[in-house]
Write a protein of this length. Sequence first.
Length: 305
Amino acid sequence: MRRILLWMARNRFLKRTLPRLWFVRRATRRFMPGETMEAALDAAEAFRPHGMGVLFTRLGENLTDLSEAQAVADHYHDLMRKIAARGMDAEISVKPTQLGLDLDREAALEHLRGLATHAAEMNGTLRIDMEGSAYTDPTLDLYRSLKQTHPNAGICLQAYLRRTPADVESLLPLHPSIRLVKGAYDEPKEIAYRRKSEVDAAYHALCVQMLPYAARGELRLGLGTHDTQLIERVAESARGAGFTTDATEVEMLYGIRHGEQLRLAKEGYRVLTLIAYGEAWYPWYMRRLAERPANVLFALRQIFG
């Protein structure tokens, strides 16, 4: 099922055709509140009474025209102004290829610098999302360059890549902000763990690697997973080493395990809900289904009410 869903995410014909179908659009409601910025902002208000933060991302990747990158940057600047106007506890996460990495590395870096400066004015972090393995080195290179001038920059790392422990080690001197996810792209077994048990073990080991630095305030560690059993394992490791819940934060997607998000917030975790929006949702949505094929059942429930 996972392999089929990832194939569907890459298929150009399906990418053009399926988003036009009403029942497919209806199925997306579980994972995203709408396609517009205003829809995302309005949905975020529901988390404020619970003391939960929000992470916004506008969907889209692999631009073909550099002028589009400027439009994306302008959009995020507008979003941050509206976040500030509403007094929200919110940050943004951007994909490097959405800012033109495929076309002009320096232009993408300048956009990131501008966004990070704006985020710093709001006392927030600018997150850089991670894409397929072909972009791992270019994205890490961008992050290292950005971090030299903007301490408030963050990065996403994927636990299923075999290289990630070494990447973490190389980033530690920068006092990084890391959002650790399992990984949602279809990568070969030579570079990525494929079995769930292997990915879970790699995820936990990476957290154990980072926990001492997080506890000392030298690293911000975000657990980007809906696997509450894994979150509890990490918490047990933290307690066993004498660390508190403050050493980590939990970052889950909008519409997934909402009850668990509320529970974790009540237990003292800092919880952020990632709200994705935008018209270019199809590949992202299919990868979300592939992360946990049981989500297909929830999508079907959305279609049939």
